[in-house]
Design a protein around this ligand. Structure first.
Ligand code: NAD
Ligand code: DAU
Length: 353
C-alpha cells in the first residue's frame, strides 16, 4: 500500500488519523474534504508536504471521487455530518453526505477494485440501560435513535451490501466517543473547556446521568490503521477503550482540572431522544488483531486536551461565538432540576463572558 485517500481528513478524527499515519508509516496521503463548518485545513499545517495532498471537494462529486479513488491504493472514509444536535435541527445534509456520499465512494471503489475502510459509530446500536451488564458487540442489532445515527447505520448497511453483492474489499469499524486535539467546539468536551476559558459555566444536558465510552483519538487511529492493514475483508470491528463515564463526572473532571469548583456548571435543556448509555466490548479487536489502547488513562488524556485548547485558541476562537449562537437558536435554556435549587449565574465566579 502506498497511497491512502482519507475522506474528511480536515475534521477532528480524520485529522488525527492523518497525523498518525504520517508519523507511523511511510504512506502517501491524499485528503478529500469539503471544508464544511467542521473542517479546518489548518489542522494539517506543518505535516510533511511531500507526503500529503489536500483536495478541497465533496464526496458526493462522483467525477472527482472516481479520479481520486483511481489514484489511491486504499480509501479510509471519515467524511460525514457528525453532530447529533445538528441532525435534529436539519437532517438533510446528513442524508446527503452520510448516505449519498458513501454510495458514491462505494461505486468508485467497486469500479477500481480498491480496498475500502468505513468509519462508523457505536450509536448505530442505539442505547443501553445504565445497569445492563452486556456491552455492544459486533452482533448487537442495529437500533439507531437520531437522524445522525440512522444515516450512519444506513451507510454501514450500504457497505455490507456492496461487500456481499459486488465483492467490494471493505471493512467497517464502529467506535465510541473520541476526545483529543482538533475537535470542534460544538462537541461536549471542547465546548466545556472553551466555555471555562471564556469564564462561562459549562452546560450539562438534563440530569447528566448519560454515559459515554471515551477513547482518545490516537487510540482510534491506531486501531483503524491495524484494521486497514490486517483486518478480515467483510468484517466489522468495534473500537473502544473501556472508558465509560457519565457526563456529570466528565464535566466535574474538566472543571477541577481547570482549577474551578466541581459544581460550577449549569443544567440545560436535554437533547430530544438523548441516548442514555453507550458501551463497547472491544474483545474481537483485542483478540483477533492484538490491539490495545495506549492512552486509556482518561485523566491524563483530559489534562493534555485541556492544555491543547488553552495553547491553541487561534485554532478554535473563530468557531466559538457561532457555535454558541446555534445552541441558543435551537432553544437551549437553563434547566434547574428541583433537587438542586436555584443556581442561575451564567458566569464562573462572577467573571464576564
Ligand atoms: P467532524 O465533523 O469533526 O469532521 C467531518 C469532516 O468531514 C469535516 O472535515 C468536514 O468538512 C468533512 N465533510 C463533511 N461533509 C463532507 C462532504 N460531503 N465531502 C467531503 N468532506 C465532507 O467529524 P468527526 O468527529 O471527525 O467524525 C469523523 C467520522 O468518525 C464520522 O464518520 C463519524 O461518524 C465517525 N465517528 C465519530 C466519533 C466521534 O466521537 N467524534 C466516534 C465514532 C465515529
Ligand atoms: O458515540 C460516538 C458518537 O460520539 C459519534 O458518532 C458522534 O459523531 C459524536 O459527536 C459523539 O456523539 P455524542 O452525541 O455522544 O457526542 P456529544 O459531544 O454531542 O455529546 C456527548 C454527551 O454530552 C452526550 O450525552 C450529550 C452531552 N452534552 C453535549 C453537549 C454538546 C452535554 O451534556 N452538554 C453539551 O453542551
Amino acid at each position: 500500500m502506498q497511497r491512502i485517500l482519507v475522506t474528511g481528513g480536515a475534521g477532528f478524527i480524520g485529522t488525527n488519523f492523518v497525523h498518525y499515519v504520517l508519523n507511523h508509516t511511510d504512506y502517501q496521503v491524499t485528503v478529500l474534504d469539503k471544508l464544511t463548518y467542521a473542517g479546518n485545513e489548518s489542522s494539517l499545517f506543518g505535516l510533511p508536504e511531500k507526503r500529503l495532498t489536500f483536495v478541497h471537494g465533496d464526496i458526493c462529486d462522483s467525477a472527482l471521487v472516481d479520479s481520486l479513488v483511481g489514484e489511491a491504493d486504499a480509501v479510509v472514509h471519515y467524511a460525514a455530518e457528525s453532530h447529533n444536535d445538528n441532525s435534529l435541527s436539519n437532517p438533510l445534509p446528513f442524508l446527503e453526505t452520510n448516505i449519498m456520499g458513501t454510495y458514491v465512494l462505494l461505486e468508485a471503489v467497486r469500479k477500481h477494485g480498491k480496498r475500502f475502510h468505513h468509519i462508523s459509530t457505536d450509536e448505530v446500536y442505539g442505547d443501553l440501560a445504565l445497569d445492563e451488564p452486556q456491552r455492544f458487540t459486533e452482533h448487537t442489532p442495529y437500533n439507531p435513535s437520531s437522524p445522525y445515527s440512522s444515516t450512519k447505520a444506513g451507510s454501514d448497511l450500504l457497505v455490507r451490501a456492496w461487500v456481499r453483492s459486488f465483492g467490494v474489499e471493505a471493512t467497517i469499524s464502529n467506535c465510541s466517543n473520541n476526545y483529543g486535539p482538533f475537535q470542534h467546539v460544538e462537541k461536549f468536551i471542547p465546548r466545556q473547556i472553551t466555555n471555562i476559558i471564556d469564564g462561562v459555566r459549562p452546560k450539562l444536558y438534563g440530569s447528566g446521568e448519560n454515559v459515554r465510552d471515551w477513547i482518545h483519538a490516537d487510540d482510534h487511529s491506531a486501531a483503524v490503521l491495524l484494521i486497514l492493514q490486517r483486518g478480515g475483508l467483510g468484517e466489522t470491528y468495534l473500537i473502544g477503550a473501556d472508558g465509560e463515564k457519565n457526563n456529570k463526572e466528565v464535566i466535574e473532571a474538566i472543571l477541577v482540572g481547570m482549577g474551578c469548583s466541581a459544581d460550577d456548571y449549569d443544567h440545560v435543556t436535554d437533547r430530544p431522544g438523548h441516548d442514555l448509555r453507550y458501551a463497547i466490548d472491544p474483545s474481537k479487536l483485542r483478540t483477533e488483531l492484538g490491539w490495545t489502547p495506549s492512552k486509556a488513562d482518561f485523566a491524563a488524556g483530559l489534562a493534555e486536551t485541556i492544555d491543547w485548547y488553552r495553547n491553541n485558541e487561534n485554532w478554535w476562537r473563530n468557531q466559538k461565538a457561532g457555535t454558541e449562537a446555534k445552541y441558543f437558536a435551537a432553544g437551549e435554556q437553563l434547566h434547574v432540576p428541583d433537587s438542586l435549587g436555584l443556581q442561575l449565574s451564567p458566569t464562573i465566579h462572577g467573571q464576564g463572558a
